[in-house]
Design a protein. Structure first.
Lengths: 217, 554
């Protein structure tokens, strides 16, 4: 049990937490860019017509493009000049983030259009959920040498003598990731329930012939 | 007494004379004859003006030897102010001294050294140039070689490597390095960089765990006390002899003279002393000193003796049978669209083989990941819907752990455990990837099935129904979630390249490490995966419709 008995843990944990902050940073950048592009695409899809069809096609392609392959494409096929590893990973996450925001955005716009402003706010927990998915996906940066959490974890594990020690270190890493993640998901669930309750309280009395909410495409 | 003393003195003097000078077929005697003849020719002003004169005569006519050397290659050739330093600089000076001429040093780069010889800007290149079969048609190499480099793997001192086993290890390399193909064949994963200077930098910041590059490149860094205390050479491979080079035309005499000089320099330890003075590795030079001191090599024909001279390295990779057709297609695309399309995976035989295997393995991996996801979804769904609480809690605990572990880490854990149990193989790595992807996505989908199951049971308010039928209805209700995680599993398959699964991303990274056409290669990769995932989405939507229509209940 070299992991627990030596000073390795005290050396590893600060470095690992610092690496995890890089994951959050990359996810944050991707989410901001995804929100910008996603809402533009959602608006275009909501308008319909040729613009809407084009936006749907773009969203479909972005949804299908694997993040890991996009990352290698950005790294190798495009002239990225001074683009850092962190930015390459963040930009590679943008297609997923933008497609997700575009899908949720169309739903939100439909709710808003139908007069259910609180239901529209349900997009907030969805975006929070997307952020946590982005944090987990940003570990792909380890494959191109970005010093994020998993890269630091694997580097330390490679120096350990036995599979038992390595597994203990991996469990420590999973626990470190699970704390903010599970707390985040719990917060999302609370927010979702709160918004749901508020929406129920503020629901207008049903009219004899109320206009239906447009179905999701 | 006096006679005996005189005999002893004569014997000692003869013994002290260079061994080679005693025989007519020694390289020393051959060189002396050659230089005498060339000097006699150069003494004639008409000979110096003749356009077809040998380059050796030109050098003797002008009294200057123009040598192309590197100016930014630590320990071998550096230039600062008016000072040139390095092993190759000392070699250039020693050659000029032997010819009794002055030396003019000119900086050259790998891209300019051969053209500068061809256009007669320089007489000789001593500039880290490996002697290989590709270059033999462009330059005349001087043999014996004055140095030999090899590719070394450098990594942290506390990192253990079993023998030369680098299977599954990520190694940082520079694109186009001739040894990359060998690393690929040894099962290493490559991380590509354009500039060698990035390698020590990324070793230091720990972005690279291991790096591969010429030992001559790393020698400078390993001599640095700070770098050297943290990193060390793990092992070396892919030796490449370095040769001085002269132009192909009008250089018969010059090349012959330099061949003989190189022989003598090896035998007499001139190269070795220069290397020691510049802190350059001497293992090869010590071996060569032994070789060129042997009677069969220490002759005027030694440089042509295959038992004494090293052969050039052979970096040529076999072409595919349809390489010419592909080249014509590339040219046509460039002509019609202006786009520089490069398809090395279709032109180079080993690349074609890697590419085909990559495509097949990717499709197998996707199919395997989809089947595993569905199987684990049913398993986790059933466990989390079961009556015994310990079973439910165990399944839920595993699901939370899998949700909290980035997929990259889950893959590494699966690969580590499987490697511990069974010996490494491509099938094993693919299996580990399928299990990891199936577990991660299947656990999430299983959770959705269980949630649907308990919701359905609550809605029925205790009305009797068979558990199996309720489970099938739960499958139907959670169809959207199941399909979402199936698509996610298919999209996640390229990540398997991180643990060394030989799928397409891994194969194309290997191909681009020893060939050109990175932009085209990775664009094709993106198109391939996007099209495959779109096909998977289409299939999954059909499956979703089947589930939602209650197909499983029929």
């Amino acid at each position: 049990m070299m992991v627990l008995t030596s000073g390795l843990l005290s050396r590893f944990l600060p470095a690992f937490l610092s690496g995890m902050s890089v994951d959050f940073e990359m996810a944050g950048i991707a989410l901001v860019l995804g929100l910008v592009f996603g809402f533009l695409l959602a608006l275009a899809r909501f308008r319909g017509g040729v613009v809407g069809a084009t936006a749907s096609l773009v969203v479909g392609l972005m949804r299908a493009a694997p993040t890991f392959v996009v990352m290698f494409f950005l790294l190798n096929a495009l002239p990225h000049g001074d683009l850092s590893g962190v930015m390459i990973v963040a930009v590679s996450l943008v297609p997923y983030a933008a497609a997700y925001v575009a899908d949720s955005g169309v739903d939100a716009l439909r709710q808003w259009h139908a007069g259910s402003h609180l239901a529209c706010l349900l997009i907030l927990p969805n975006i929070a959920r997307a952020f946590f998915v982005l944090v987990m996906s940003s570990s792909a940066g380890a494959a191109i040498g970005v010093p994020e959490g998993i890269a630091i974890l694997l580097r330390e594990a490679q120096k350990l003598p036995s599979i038992g020690d390595m597994l203990i270190l991996f469990v420590i890493g999973i626990v470190c990731f699970s704390v903010p993640l599970q707390a985040g998901f719990a917060a999302v669930r609370l927010l979702q329930r709160y918004l749901g309750r508020v929406a129920l309280r503020n629901r207008p009395e049903p009219l004899p012939e109320s206009s239906p909410v447009p179905a999701r495409s | 007494m006096l006679r005996r003393l005189a005999c002893t003195i004569v014997t000692c003097l003869i013994g002290a004379m260079p061994v080679a000078a005693r025989a007519d077929n020694s390289p020393d005697a051959a060189l002396a004859r050659l230089l005498d003849e060339a000097r006699a020719t150069a003494a004639n002003p008409d000979a110096c003006a003749r356009p077809d004169r040998d380059q050796l005569v030109s050098i003797l006519c002008t009294g200057h030897l123009r040598v192309g050397v590197r100016d930014e290659y630590p320990l071998f050739g550096t230039h600062s102010g008016n000072t040139w330093q390095g092993y190759e600089i000392d070699v250039a000076h020693a050659v000029a001294q032997r010819l009794s001429v002055a030396v003019d040093l000119t900086k050259v780069k790998p891209a300019t050294r051969i053209p500068m010889l061809a256009d007669n800007t320089i007489d000789l290149v001593v500039a880290t140039m490996a002697d290989n079969t590709q270059r033999e048609s462009q330059v005349r190499f001087i043999r014996p070689h004055y140095y030999q480099s090899q590719t070394v793997i450098v990594g942290p001192r506390d990192l253990r490597i079993q023998g030369e086993d680098v299977r599954g290890q990520t190694i940082c390399v520079t694109i186009g390095n001739g040894s990359n193909a060998e690393l690929v064949s040894r099962g290493a994963r490559l991380m590509l960089f354009d500039d060698p200077a990035a390698l020590p930098e990324h070793l230091a910041d720990q972005a690279c765990m291991l790096a591969a590059q010429d030992d001559t490149f790393f020698a400078y860094y390993l001599n640095d006390p700070d770098f050297g205390s943290r990193f060390t050479e793990k092992f070396g491979f892919a030796e490449a002899p370095w040769g001085m080079g002269v132009a192909l035309e009008h250089t018969d005499l010059l090349a012959r003279a330099l061949d003989l000089i190189s022989q003598i320099f090896h035998r007499d330890g001139v190269f070795l002393a220069a290397a020691q003075a510049n802190h350059v590795g001497t293992r090869f030079l010590r071996q060569q000193q032994e070789v060129w001191s042997r009677p069969d090599c220490n002759t005027d024909s030694g440089s042509a003796n295959p038992a004494c001279v090293l052969p050039p390295s052979n970096p040529d990779l076999a072409a595919t049978p349809f390489a010419n057709g592909v080249a014509e297609f590339e040219a046509m695309v460039a002509r019609l669209t202006g786009i520089e399309l490069t398809l090395p995976m279709l032109k180079i035989a080993p690349a074609w083989s890697l590419f085909l295997n990559g495509v097949v393995n990717s499709l197998l991996l996707i199919a395997g990941a989809l089947i595993a996801t569905l199987a684990f979804a049913l398993l986790f769904g059933a466990a989390m819907s079961a009556s015994p609480r310990p079973l439910r809690w165990t399944a839920r605990g595993v699901t939370i752990a899998l949700q909290s572990s980035p997929i990259l880490l889950t893959l590494v854990i699966a690969a580590s455990i499987i490697h511990e149990l069974l010996p490494y193989s491509a099938v094993l790595v693919l299996s580990a990837a399928i299990i990891a992807l199936g577990l991660t996505n299947g656990a999430n989908a299983g959770q959705a099935i269980a949630e649907a199951y308990w919701t359905l049971q609550d809605e029925r308010g205790g009305l009797p129904i068979r558990r199996f039928e309720l489970f099938l209805r739960a499958l139907s209700r959670s169809a959207t979630q199941i399909v979402a995680f199936l698509i996610n599993a298919a999209k996640g398959t390229p990540i398997a390249s991180f643990i060394g699964a030989p799928e397409l991303l891994s194969a194309l990274t290997d191909i681009t490490s020893f060939s050109s056409g990175r932009a085209t290669t990775y664009t094709l990769l993106l198109i391939f995966y996007t099209v495959v995932v779109i096909a998977v989405i289409w299939l999954c939507r059909r499956f979703q419709t089947f589930l939602e229509r209650g197909g499983v209940l029929a």
